[in-house]
Design a protein around this ligand. Structure first.
Ligand SMILES: Cc1cc2nc3c(=O)[nH]c(=O)nc-3n(C[C@H](O)[C@H](O)[C@H](O)COP(=O)(O)O)c2cc1C
Length: 362
């Protein structure tokens, strides 16, 4: 029976334990999406995670519409990542780059252009921009002849990630961003070969994954889904009809690992989610046989149970890694856990507060 402290081979990368750090946007980059020096210390502090999945990293100007989030399409951004990946490796860690196109969740005041999506829709709620809080804008529906350019941006971002020293990439197909907008029927109203049937809605994910694999090899590629529930206004009426075949395709393509963020009832994360849709991980596990990483609301005990019973190969932790840089050691020694302060989750204005100042256990 595997434990959380056993190694796990993920394609080309061997994780020394199964306690992974999930992707966490912290918004500490420059306005040009260049990583800043405090990010080096933050990631290096967390290098004992089995693997670190980086915060979401924009693949293009069009796709990056979050204030102070980093990118990976410019040379200056690639250079900015190099000390971070080097510091993680120096501490014995491994780090994957979560490659991200926000689609309709971007804002023109952050990205300089009207957001794009599969269809012309407007997300609910508001977003922080460089000019203050604003409602989301209506996205422009992408023409089919624009998609090859976006696919090429993903592939180039993957190449850039390796140049920047990352061990691989995670394609972000979760949380209501561009690929998830295409996958789910609340946001995808297209009538061409990228909309309608589940097979058509999966097409962009498949083409992106194929291009990223051609660029850097399947053994360095992971994917993230958030199949059940509603996130940022994106939901599917029958998630099993799209995410199970999508996972099967990823397995056929040889994707090295898949991470699922699964909503739970009564979660204190993302309160607005509809959580009456069942978790799909048991069904996905049958069709995706490479390592499966599960996420959201796991305690150490639940994580141990999931790995021991074979429901998951590893568990990724988000909020616990914000406030416990030495989470692996704390789990191993049954040491008390610190709670993350929501007030300092995002933004350059907090500086190192709530970022690099959570103490290590003594
Ligand atoms: C501050 C914060 C930032 C996040 N940023 C991202 C992100 O950039 N990409 C992503 O896929 N998920 C992101 N998430 C979701 C987390 O990866 C994770 O799914 C969530 O925190 C639930 O896991 P937990 O219960 O272990 O915290 C973020 C969550 C938080 C709290």
């Amino acid at each position: 029976m595997p434990t959380l402290f056993d190694t796990l081979q993920l394609g080309a990368v061997r994780a020394p334990n199964r306690i992974f750090m999930s992707p966490l946007t912290r918004a500490k980059a420059t306005r040009e999406g260049v990583p800043t020096p405090i990010m080096t210390e933050y990631y290096a502090q967390r290098a004992t995670a089995g693997i670190i999945i980086s915060e979401s990293v924009g693949i293009s100007q069009q796709g990056l519409g979050w204030m102070n989030a980093p990118g990976i399409w410019l040379d200056s951004q690639i250079e900015g990542w190099k000390p971070i990946t080097a510091a993680v490796h120096e501490k014995g860690g491994r780090i994957f780059c979560q490659i991200w196109h926000m689609g309709r969740m971007a804002h023109s005041l952050n990205s300089g252009q009207q957001p794009v999506s599969c269809s012309a829709t407007t997300p609910p709620g508001h977003i922080h921009t460089y000019e203050g809080k604003r409602d989301y804008e209506e996205a422009r529906a992408l023409r089919a002849d624009e998609l090859p350019g976006i696919i090429a941006d993903y592939a180039q971002a993957a190449r850039n990630a390796l140049r920047a020293g990352f061990d691989g990439v995670q394609i972000h197909a979760a949380n209501g961003y561009l690929l998830d907008q295409f996958l789910r029927d609340s946001t995808n109203h297209r009538t061409d070969q990228y909309g309608g049937s589940p097979e058509n809605r999966i097409r962009l994910l498949r083409e992106v994954t194929e291009a990223v694999i051609a660029a850097i090899g399947a053994e360095r590629v992971g994917v993230r889904f958030s199949p059940n529930g509603k996130v940022q206004g994106t939901i599917d009426s029958h998630p099993e009809s799209v995410f199970i075949p999508a996972a099967k395709i990823l397995q056929e393509l040889g994707v090295a690992w898949l991470e699922l963020r699964e909503a739970r009832p009564h979660s204190d994360y993302a309160l607005a989610e509809v959580t009456d849709q069942p978790r799909l991980s048991p069904e996905i596990r049958k069709v995706f046989t490479n390592p499966l990483i599960l996420n959201q609301d796991y305690s150490q005990k639940e994580a141990e149970e999931a790995v021991e019973t074979g429901r998951a190969d590893a568990i990724s932790f988000g909020r616990l890694f914000i406030s416990n840089p030495d989470l692996v050691r704390r789990f191993r020694g049954n040491l008390p856990l610190q709670k993350a302060d929501m007030a300092t989750w995002y933004g350059v204005r907090h500086g190192t507060k709530g970022y690099t100042d959570y103490p290590f256990a003594t």
